[in-house]
Design a protein around this ligand. Structure first.
Ligand code: UT7
Length: 324
């Protein structure tokens, strides 16, 4: 028998305010059509003043706990993937812990920017498989709008705010590829690429928050190659082929990256879950937001083989195969 981390609940939260591309035409030398054709993005949600990452995360967490039939105090650990915690410290995760009424568990943040959910899921899986925890809440939550330079048309049109969450539970399974739960997970980083995508401020350097800086074309190029390699690693580790994948739930940075990745690994376009058009790039929140959308609309069903991947600043990237 093998201990597996099985997803038993998923939830999301998107702030009320929806900002269509046309808004940016008022202040920037850009067009709605440029944004849509180069990224696939048509609109995004922005958090209200005073609404912080831990607020979004707590909403998503409560929705995932509801689906799992659990209360906040039923989880042993809370892992929040975010680069936009409310404060420099304490972690967003401890704030979520208080908001969902958990006192028995422990909570911590994981910082791997847009790859954050892959890192959080992999580490939560390790907590469960090792016997350290039986139930873990894994959340991706961001208010990236707080990091944007509204004069930089190359970045500010791309990002959005939101949160997604899943609840993982330990289950004894047979130890085969037919098991439910996280079947394999693979993480990578390469710190030599810091300059390609970073925020130009922080508590330990400038004492400011800073703004997102990105060499978009370079990040795009690396993303397709790195993501495809991480996916091939997950397939090789399990012996599955692209044809075995029921649903591909990628990080939602750019529809052209999703199309290019699916093509590169030989995956049918209709298996790709795409939310970037309505949400923009929500960084660590994008994978659980897309997962939630596909579970709630009935596409992802119990027993389906789901491929996840993400890539972000650092560079950081990873993949996972999960049987739902
Ligand atoms: O989630 C973390 C990972 N992030 C990503 O994966 C993002 C990766 N990068 C991308 O998604 C794309 O590179 C972008 C959407 C950011 C840009 O698309 P692109 O096709 O790579 O365009 P580009 O950066 O090569 O820029 C093409 C032109 C440039 O003008 P010149 O130099 O050719 O005259 C830009 O200045 O488009 C210009 N441009 C814009 N024009 C209108 C850049 N931003 C805009 C804009 N509106 N908002």
């Amino acid at each position: 028998m093998t201990r597996r981390a099985v997803a038993i609940g998923v939830g999301h939260y998107l702030p009320e305010r929806v900002v269509p591309n046309a808004e940016f035409e008022k202040t920037l030398d850009t067009t709605s059509e440029w944004i849509k054709s180069r990224s696939g993005i048509e609109r995004r949600h922005f958090a209200a003043p005073g609404q912080n990452t831990s607020d979004l995360a707590a909403h998503a967490a409560n929705a995932a706990l509801d689906m799992a039939g659990l209360n906040g105090n039923d989880v042993d650990a809370i892992v929040v993937a975010t680069s936009t915690a409310d404060l420099t410290f304490p972690s967003a995760a401890t704030m979520v812990q208080a908001k969902i009424g958990n006192t028995k568990g422990y909570a911590f943040d994981i910082q791997a920017v847009c790859a954050g959910f892959a890192f959080a899921l992999t580490n939560a899986n390790a907590l469960i498989v090792s016997g350290q925890a039986d139930r873990v809440l894994v959340i991706g939550a961001e208010t990236f709008s707080r990091l944007l330079d509204w004069d930089d048309r190359g970045t500010c049109v791309l990002f959005g705010d939101g949160a997604g969450a899943i609840v993982l539970k330990a289950e004894e399974q047979s130890g085969t590829n037919e098991d439910r739960g996280v079947l394999t997970a693979h993480l990578h980083s390469d710190g030599r690429y810091k300059e390609k995508l970073y925020v130009d401020g922080g508590p330990g350097s400038t004492s400011t928050v800073g703004h997102v800086r990105m060499e978009g074309r370079e990040v795009f190029r690396h993303a397709v190659v790195n993501i495809a390699e991480a996916i091939e690693e997950a397939l090789a580790a399990t012996g599955f082929t692209a044809d075995d994948i029921d649903w591909f739930v990628p990080h939602q940075a750019n529809k052209r990256i999703l199309d290019a990745t699916a093509k590169r690994i030989g995956l049918a376009p209709e298996k790709v879950v795409i939310t970037v058009g309505e949400q923009g790039n929500t960084s660590a929140a994008s994978v659980p937001l897309a997962l939630d959308a596909a579970v709630k609309d009935g596409r992802i069903k119990r027993g389906d083989l789901v491929l996840l991947e993400a890539m972000g600043g650092g560079f950081t990237w990873g993949s996972a195969l999960v049987r739902w």
